[in-house]
Design a protein around this ligand. Structure first.
Ligand code: SF4
Length: 93
C-alpha cells in the first residue's frame, strides 16, 4: 500500500468515527450545518448556523472534526464549530 492509499484509508476511518460519534449526525436538523443550502434565507442561515456551532461545542469529537475538515479541505459547512466557506473569485475583489 502506498502513502496515498494509507492516507485515504486513515481519512476514511476518521470519517467513520465522526459519523458514529458526532452530534450532528443524529440531529433532527442536519441542514443547520450547511447554511449554504438556505438560499436567500440569510436570517435563517445565520440563526441556525449559530445553533449548530453551539452544539459543536458540546460534541465529543469537535477537535478531530475540525482537523479532518481542514485536512480534507471542506469547501462549505460547519465543521468543528467553525464555518467553512470556499472563497470565490468575486469575494476576493
Ligand atoms: S464538531 Fe460539529 S460538525 Fe463536527 S461532528 Fe461534532 S457536531 Fe458535527
Amino acid at each position: 500500500m502506498n502513502d496515498w492509499e494509507l492516507m485515504t484509508q486513515q481519512l476514511e476511518a476518521e470519517w467513520q468515527e465522526l459519523k458514529e460519534t458526532g452530534l450532528c449526525y443524529q440531529h433532527e436538523h442536519p441542514e443547520w450545518w450547511f447554511p449554504d443550502t438556505y438560499g436567500y434565507d440569510w436570517k435563517g442561515a445565520v440563526r441556525d448556523s449559530r445553533k449548530a456551532q453551539e452544539i459543536c461545542q458540546q460534541c465529543p469529537v469537535v477537535g478531530q472534526c475540525l482537523t479532518w475538515a481542514v485536512r480534507t479541505r471542506q469547501p462549505t459547512g460547519i465543521w468543528g464549530g467553525r464555518i467553512f466557506r470556499l472563497l470565490r473569485k468575486e469575494d476576493e475583489e
